[in-house]
Design a protein around this ligand. Structure first.
Ligand code: SME
Length: 152
């Protein structure tokens, strides 16, 4: 099965899981589990935009994989960059991304996709791979559709 076919098969499951409960944390938890188990990624999870006391910050949400850093500031790392630049960020080699935050030394490539509610970024979906160059435009396109399930 190609990557494209795998995502096409997964999207209806993602939509149905999300419509099963209106709580966004429950939705994020099941979508992280679905993606992680189907694709065998190294780390799959969400960071939510929260009030950090002295401003907004990304705080660790539902995820699958090894323990991770809990807070990421606006513009920092791959996650903070996707948030600040309001776009999906594909990183073929994390060692070549200035400011990459290494929660795990095993991670080699990464993709971060914004999660929007009423057009505003309220979370990001972050996926790490232990291989170089795992993610491309196909992943970006499909994962953006998966991310839309959260508040859709
Ligand atoms: N690498 C991310 C940090 C989160 S972990 O990958 C789970 C970043 O640079 O934002």
């Amino acid at each position: 099965m190609t990557k494209e076919e795998k995502y096409a098969a997964l999207l209806p499951a993602a939509e149905s899981l999300s419509s099963g409960d209106e709580d966004v944390i429950a939705r994020m938890a099941n979508l992280a589990a679905l993606l992680h188990s189907e694709f065998g990624f190294w780390w799959t999870g969400f960071y939510r935009v929260c009030d950090g006391g002295d401003g907004k910050v990304l705080v660790l949400g539902p995820f699958q994989g090894p323990v991770a850093c809990t807070r990421i500031r606006f513009g920092k790392g791959v996650c903070g960059t996707a948030w600040a630049e309001d776009r999906t960020v594909v990183v073929p080699d994390v060692d070549k991304f200035p400011g990459h935050i290494a929660c795990s030394s095993e991670s080699r490539s990464e993709i971060v996709v914004p999660v929007r509610s009423n057009g505003r970024i309220v979370a990001v979906l972050d996926i790490d791979s232990r291989d170089l160059g795992t993610f491309d435009d196909t992943d970006a396109r499909w994962l953006e559709k998966v991310a839309e399930c959260i508040y859709g």
